[in-house]
Ligand binder design. Structure first.
Ligand code: T5A
Length: 209
């Protein structure tokens, strides 16, 4: 049987990387071949774009350019990494995918979500995850986890993390609205609690998908 394509979404610090790695371990222990990738990123070109969109530049991308940069990175990882892995029958876990564009550039930055969906379809050749795990955390938990990571790694907020409180509130609401519109694809999981319990809920969502 072929593998599934599962995306992890949600506000910053929701635990996407942590819980995607844990799910990969579980699936591998069951004998499945699992590819874990991230967005933007996952190929050399897409990783270069990741650096560009997160950096504080003298010439930061205007919103339309930001959209196109994320979509260029997505087109690259879909064509060269995700689709080939799915064609080989592997499971693919992706840390962020299309819903991040709808939430951040749509609900967050105010670009029309329908237009974004059309542009995104072009970039992904219509590829949609079989299951999207939305790791939901309130803004205060998100802020605290980002601050903790910055303290631990002696780094500062990137350009998008540094966007204001109202932006982060809008994008969380955006993710929840996207999930409400497609309940059959999304599993919304409260990620503010015990990590082991979050992992258990994720495994349950995957089994039920
Ligand atoms: N972006 C991206 C767009 O604007 N548009 C797009 O189309 C796309 C694809 C990408 C940035 O680009 C933007 C969104 C982002 O701003 P990123 O690195 O993918 O950047 O995104 P971040 O969300 O910033 O990644 P983070 O690493 O901050 O968040 P994660 O992966 O959600 O969280 P994780 O796993 O690193 O965990 C963060 C901390 O919380 C702890 C972990 O140990 C860690 O310290 N933690 C928990 N603690 C308690 N309970 C739990 N359940 C926990 N889970 C994790």
């Amino acid at each position: 049987m072929g593998g599934k394509f599962i995306s992890f979404e949600g506000p910053e610090g929701g635990g996407k990387s942590t819980h995607a790695a844990a799910l990969a371990e579980t699936l591998r222990a069951e004998g499945k071949t699992v590819l874990v990738t991230r967005e933007p990123g996952g190929t050399r070109l897409a990783e270069l774009i990741r650096g560009l969109v997160r950096e504080e530049l003298d010439d930061p991308p205007v919103t339309r350019a930001e959209v196109l940069l994320f979509l260029a990175a997505r087109a690259q990882v879909v064509a060269n990494v995700i689709k080939p892995a799915l064609a080989r029958g592997e499971w693919v876990l992706c840390d962020r995918f299309s819903d991040s564009t709808f939430a951040y550039q749509g609900y967050g930055r105010g670009i029309d979500v329908q237009l974004l969906k059309e542009l995104n379809d072009f970039a992904t050749e219509g590829l949609v995850p079989d299951l999207t795990i939305l790791l939901d955390v309130p803004p205060e938990v998100s802020r605290e986890r980002i601050a903790e990571r910055q303290r631990a790694t002696s780094t500062s907020a990137d350009r998008i993390e540094a966007a204001g409180e109202a932006f982060h509130k809008r994008l969380r609401e955006g993710f929840l609205a996207l999930a409400k519109a497609e309940p059959e694809r999304f599993a919304v999981i409260d990620s503010s609690g015990d990590p082991a319990e979050v992992d258990r809920m994720i495994r349950e969502a995957v089994r039920g998908s």
